[in-house]
Design a protein around this ligand. Sequence first.
Ligand code: NAD
Ligand code: MG
Length: 394
Amino acid sequence: MLKRRATILGATGSVGQTTLTLIDAANKAGDAEIEVVAVTANSKVEELAEAAIACRAEFAAIANPHAGEELAARLVGTGIKSGAGPKAILDAAAMDADWVMAAIVGAAGIEPLLVAAERGADIAFANKECLVCAGDAVLEAMERGGGKLLPVDSEHNAIFQVFDFERPHRIRKLILTASGGPFRDRDPSTLTKITPAEAVKHPNWSMGAKISVDSATMMNKGLERIEAAYIFPVDKDIIDIVVHPQSVIHSMVDYVDGSVLAQLGTPDMTIPVASALAWPDRINTPAEQLDLTKVGHMDFYPADEVRFPALRLARESLDEGGLATCVLNAANEVAVAAFLKGHLPFLDIAGVTEHCLEKVRSNNAGSDLSEILATDKLARDHAWQRVEALAGRA
Ligand code: NAD
Ligand code: MG
């Protein structure tokens, strides 16, 4: 029987909700005994309180410091303790869960993740921005803590399932599959008028707003290349990207003898979350079973760095090293937020990121947290200035 004490950082988000639903289903089916220690969110008080009550968490933390009173009021009589402000999120991460789902979106998730990693929790990694921004610091904290790193991003989870960690030198290539997002076939000249509503509508996956926009620009796959370079002990130059619109093969490992191992499944995040929750065991999930006769055929295309410049920017910043990937991530977060608010045209997202990569040079190898956070802030400031300059132009 699977037994865990679990904390969900980012419990109100798409991955957080998938995790809580799965835990509930596994407990009810008698497949597992999973106690929820803490749940956290940014500002959705009502959703957080509901989630905390439904999973009988011990503690609920909201990042917005002004939301503390309302959260406490909603939890009166439940016995669930609560806290507010960024420190409360760190307190949640510090509690004694042995499994922590890192599902906060963006670099805001770094510090809570480091707290959980340092104290030795197994970490289910959804938050790719943490690795892109602070990969060395995160891996060093994991090493010191001794917990397991369990990838949740579907591509990395797929590779993790077929990766020979004892013989990484026998691997010729890691092949990340990409759906190509909603604009894979669109005439590029029509992309100027893309609205946030169109960009967040992903053809295969249902996800949070930021990652959906990243999928539309294909920055998501660029970030995943960097994420893979940190997670797997291989040379970054053997990581390839292939467009596979059906999202049935979630990624592959190509071995020196010509064997290519893949993990397949329906495009449902329940599957990689379940894999990270139960690993190395497996549990039942309500995910739809894969029926290859219904899939019929699968297509594969090369990834196009000209149509999707974000792919090139991510590859170049990984090649550059130092904190270039931190700059890439921070600038992209700002540009995506500006796009979602209607302040930046879709096609300028990559432009803002490229501008920041040129302006903010950081050659320091980065595992020092204060340096990482300073670089992240500098890149954000440059990105906002660029967004404002472009808005003034219009
Ligand atoms: P989401 O926007 O749906 O949820 C984000 C969560 O983070 C929410 O609970 C929110 O309250 C919390 N949060 C946001 N800002 C915060 C802050 N400043 N402080 C504390 N908490 C904060 O996002 P999502 O789609 O669930 O994605 C979460 C992470 O998982 C992202 O890094 C994403 O790239 C990754 N991921 C998601 C999917 C998916 O299917 N959604 C797939 C692979 C990887
Ligand atoms: Mg992914």
